[in-house]
Design a protein around this ligand. Structure first.
Ligand SMILES: Cc1cc2nc3c(=O)[nH]c(=O)nc-3n(C[C@H](O)[C@H](O)[C@H](O)COP(=O)(O)O)c2cc1C
Length: 175
């Protein structure tokens, strides 16, 4: 069976993040031919600057774009901050506008937050602007996330586990 590489991007920089926990749980439930790797350098990507977005962009930006190019699909899992998208995540997406790395790329968007609706809607707009391919079943808004993940990073809500399975299946089938 063909190997499918999924690049996961967490919008939370906290080591004990519930969004990181969701990515780890999804990596654990993935079929044997599906590899989910988490992007590790969100915190150190430079701030987006169109004047640096030229033939010689910062090395870390080139590395990020290469990981996106090499991925068959992308899983974004993020909280909402102050009714918006976490700045570090939006910053990373801004670096991909000119490089077109998301054009027709299968993407799953999970917004896991206390509420999260504003960030979810806003991210869907941004992902539309960069022409990402998102199946309806690959979009999931999870509110009250802290009550559904325990301190060991396990999902304690059986319904949520089923929903995560559905998102992963939709993402895999859109590759
Ligand atoms: C500064 C700050 C602002 C926040 N603003 C929002 C918000 O606007 N909407 C929301 O749903 N949650 C908000 N939260 C709560 C986060 O969604 C919650 O802490 C979530 O668990 C963070 O995700 P993580 O566990 O993956 O880090 C905020 C948290 C912080 C620290």
């Amino acid at each position: 069976m063909k190997t499918i590489n999924i690049l996961a991007i967490s919008g939370s920089l906290r080591p004990n993040s519930s969004n990181n926990a969701i990515i780890n749980v999804m990596a654990g439930m993935a079929p044997g031919n599906v590899i989910i790797t988490t992007y590790q350098s969100l915190a150190t990507l430079p701030h987006f600057n169109p004047d640096l977005d030229n033939d010689m962009p910062p090395t870390s930006v080139t590395a990020f774009r290469t990981q996106l190019k090499n991925a068959d699909a992308v899983l974004i899992c993020t909280p909402e901050y102050a009714f918006g998208v976490p700045g570090s995540l939006k910053n990373a997406l801004d670096w991909t506008v000119s490089s077109s790395d998301f054009v027709d790329k299968p993407v799953a968007l999970i917004t896991a937050s206390s509420q999260g609706g504003h960030a979810h809607t806003s991210l869907l707009l941004t992902l539309g602007a960069i022409s990402a391919k998102i199946d309806d079943n690959a979009k999931l808004l999870i509110s009250f996330i802290r009550s559904k993940v325990n301190s060991a990073g396990q999902i304690t809500d059986p319904e949520l586990l089923k929903e995560l399975q559905k998102v992963l299946a939709a993402l895999i089938s859109s590759v």
